[in-house]
Structure formats: structure tokens, C-alpha cells
Write a protein that binds this ligand. Structure first.
Ligand SMILES: [Zn+2]
Ligand SMILES: [Zn+2]
Length: 212
């Protein structure tokens, strides 16, 4: 059974909806990479990260996500040119990550999901995370109930899902890029080398503090 998942930034200016949501209709994982952590720190939203610095992400076809209000407040950040990191300017809520106009997938970040509406927990709606990645960059001990490290079968499963989405054309229309010109909804802000160093060193500092 699939549901409509309401999407909402913290202040409520930006709203959206993700449709046909079910554990089998996406791929949930926790990412401990430095860039995901730097993104949360850049937004001054370390609360989005778990105690070990992980970001809870649900990948789904981009065509199933719609932004219904507040599109003008949506912004984009490049920590690397490959990943478009979307957030809201009104209250600095992380929305999710995409890989470009042609890649049919968005990794929605839990901070933009609104479960209160139907009283269902994230686990009930999305299923538990299937794996964790980049745990070497974790800033603390992983929680006891952490998702398992990725296995070959999990990678194969994800690859087959992505291929199916791509073949079925589920990546479009995307709310993040213009369908015709392929231009991003908001021009990506590219951090200077120094800014990037600063946010990444915030992550390292936090890791050192946790280790003490
Ligand atoms: Zn907001
Ligand atoms: Zn990451």
C-alpha cells in the first residue's frame, strides 16, 4: 500500500508532496559522508544529523516529488559539482540531493518530510534504513540499531530499482530543473575552497570532541 507523504520546511513556507510512497517504492539509507555533514553545518542545522553525524535519506524517483508552495525560497548548494544539495532559504531546512537534470532520483532528507499529518512514524512509511554508507566519516559511535553496512545484494537491489525508474521515465517531471532548458530551479551556490574547508573542519572538530 502506498501513501502520499506531505513535505514541509520547518517554518511552513515551502510545501510539497511525495506520491506513491512505500518502503518498496524507494531506497532508504543513512549517509555519514563528510559532505552531508558539512551541508547540515552550513545550514546551521546539526539537529538534522544523528548522534554519529548520519543523514537519514530516502531515495525515490524525482517525478514523484512536487513542490506546491514556496518554490522561490528553494536554494541549491554545491559542495562538489556532482551533487545538487537543495534547501530552503526561509528557515534553512535541508530538502534533499539530486545528481543533475537527467538522473531520475532524488534523495529526500527526513527534515523535509512531515509525518505528523497522518500520525505514522518514518519507519512505518518508509521502512527501516536498508544500509549505512561512509561510516568511516562518522563523528561518534554508531547507534546500536544502526542499519547494516552495504552488501553486494543491497547495491544490486538499488541498481535494479534505479534502472526500473529510469526505464519507466519516473524521473520526470522534476521540480528541481527546468524540463526544457535543464536549468536548476535556483543557481547553485558554489562554496569557495576556504568556505568548504571551514564547514568540513567543523565536522572534524566535532569528531575530535566526540572522541575525547
Ligand atoms: Zn521555511
Ligand atoms: Zn552523504
Amino acid at each position: 500500500m502506498s501513501v502520499e507523504l506531505p513535505l514541509r520546511c520547518r517554518c511552513g513556507y515551502v510545501h510539497g508532496v511525495a506520491s506513491e510512497i512505500a518502503p518498496s517504492a524507494g531506497f532508504r539509507f543513512v549517509c555519514y559522508c563528510k559532505d552531508c555533514q558539512a551541508f547540515a553545518h552550513f545550514l546551521e542545522r546539526p539537529d538534522v544529523l544523528d548522534a554519529a553525524g548520519g543523514t537519514d535519506i530516502f531515495q525515490l524517483p524525482t517525478g514523484r516529488v512536487k513542490l506546491t508552495t514556496g518554490r522561490t525560497a528553494v536554494r541549491c548548494l554545491h559542495l562538489s559539482s556532482k551533487v545538487f544539495r537543495w534547501y530552503t532559504d526561509c528557515c534553512r531546512t535541508p530538502i534533499g540531493n539530486t545528481a543533475g537534470p537527467r538522473f531520475p532520483v532524488v534523495g529526500l532528507i527526513h527534515s523535509f518530510m512531515s509525518h505528523e499529518a497522518d500520525g505514522q512514524s518514518r519507519d512505518e512509511v518508509l521502512g527501516p534504513p536498508l544500509c549505512r554508507i561512509f561510516e568511516r566519516s562518522a563523528v561518534g559511535p554508531l547507534p546500536r540499531n544502526a542499519a547494516p553496512p552495504p552488501s553486494l545484494s543491497i547495491f544490486a537491489f538499488r541498481a535494479s530499482r534505479l534502472l526500473a525508474w529510469s526505464l519507466r521515465g519516473l524521473g520526470r517531471p522534476t521540480p528541481f530543473f527546468d524540463d526544457f532548458t535543464k536549468a536548476p530551479l535556483s543557481a547553485p551556490r558554489v562554496l569557495t575552497f576556504r568556505e568548504r574547508e571551514r564547514w568540513q573542519s567543523t565536522v572534524l572538530k566535532r569528531r575530535r570532541q566526540e572522541a575525547e
